[in-house]
Design a protein around this ligand. Structure first.
Ligand code: DAH
Length: 360
């Protein structure tokens, strides 16, 4: 009996010391295998007296079961350990390392929109929007275009196919040729005072290095009592200063004609082209920047505003052209081509802030 206790203790210690399944299997074979220590003692049962055999048989069976249990428990423990170790070493990294060369960036047009919006927001302007698909009323009639104005012709303006060729039909639908349409929407929907800019896509039947069938404009509208040309000039000069980062520059308002403004002007700023490249803000040349004027009384009337009570000014500029001038981009068509090299060169970081705002 004493020996059996010792044997049990010995085997239990060996089981506890087994570090892996192979070592445990060795312990099992040495104890319970055909030639194992416990099996060896079992074999001696045959030579015993029946009384003793019965007693020893029970004790030995119990011992066998106990040892088998200890081994099973240890096996469970080792399997769990092995699984944990495998899980640690076989970990699959499902994350992708960042590909910096493909990082998204801000298109120069979006950047220009951000900057311009920030400058006018500092001056108290809100942003208004209007539809790209318009009717002739908003694009032409309300803006005081005479019925036979050349801009209404089909080789200039994209009419929608279901209305093509129906000249004289006031409901003819078209792709807006300028953002001035939004002035009409704003004046129809809001009472003065009005101080808004409008930015967006416009469409004309044109294609060369400086014209694309779709391009972008920025428009401004200010309507209030006692608004005059001085307000227009001050506002636009401040805008150009802030956008191009110029402290002082030659500027002229050259008389022009737009049906929707009277008087009308084009704003030019001084520049120097003599060195083969354009330097803005100095020199003896002029660069046309935008169109502007005092809102024509007919336009106010068309929108239900009394021109004897309210006056205002408006302006419109090519947004793409402003971006080309500021960022030094030579060809307008490249704005709308999906060329990643071009984007990498001209685009901005996603966290870039508009770089110059109006500090008035
Ligand atoms: N709508 C004009 C164009 O597309 C630009 C323009 C000129 C807008 C003068 C204005 C303005 O609001 O006052 O050429």
């Amino acid at each position: 009996m004493q020996n059996l206790d010792n044997l049990k203790q010995e085997i239990t210690q060996e089981v506890a010391a087994a570090n892996d399944m192979n070592a445990l299997e060795d312990v099992r074979v040495r104890a319970l295998g055909k030639k194992g220590s416990v099996t060896g003692i079992m074999k001696t049962l045959g030579g015993m007296e029946p009384e003793q055999r019965k007693e020893m048989g029970q004790t030995l069976n119990l011992l066998k079961t106990e040892i088998a249990n200890v081994i099973d428990n240890k096996a469970e423990e080792l399997k769990k350990k092995e699984l944990d170790a495998r899980l640690k070493t076989e970990k699959i990294d499902i994350t992708l390392s960042p590909r910096f060369e493909r990082r998204g960036s801000v298109h120069p047009l979006s950047q220009a929109i951000e900057e311009i919006t920030a400058i006018f927001a500092d001056m108290g302007f809100s942003v208004a929007e209007g539809p790209d698909i318009e009717d002739e009323f908003h694009n032409f009639d309300a803006l005081n275009f005479p019925p036979n104005h050349p801009a209404r012709q089909m080789h200039d303006t994209f009419y929608l196919p279901d209305h093509e060729g129906q000249d004289g039909d006031e409901a003819r639908r078209l792709l807006r040729t300028h953002t001035s349409t939004v002035q009409i929407h704003v004046m129809q929907e809001t009472k003065p005072p009005i101080k808004s800019i409008m930015l967006g896509k416009v469409y004309r039947s044109d294609y060369d290095a400086t014209h694309t069938p779709m391009f972008h404009q920025i428009e401004g509208l200010v309507i209030d009592k006692n608004i005059h040309m001085g307000h227009l000039k001050g506002c636009l000069i401040d805008f150009i200063k802030a956008f191009f980062g110029l402290d002082d520059f030659p500027v002229r308002f050259r008389p022009h004609y737009f049906p929707f403004t009277e008087p009308s002007a084009e704003m030019d700023i001084g520049c120097d082209r003599s060195g083969g490249k354009l330097v803005m803000g100095e020199g003896n040349d002029w660069l046309e920047i935008l169109g502007c004027g005092m809102v024509h009384p007919n336009v106010l009337k068309n929108c239900g505003i009394n021109p004897d009570e309210y006056q205002g000014f408006a302006f419109g500029a090519g947004l793409d052209r402003l971006a080309m001038l500021k960022y030094g981009i030579p060809d307008l068509r490249t704005f709308f081509e999906p060329d990643l090299r071009w984007l990498q060169h001209y685009s901005f970081g996603p966290y870039d802030q508009p770089n110059r705002t109006f500090k008035g």
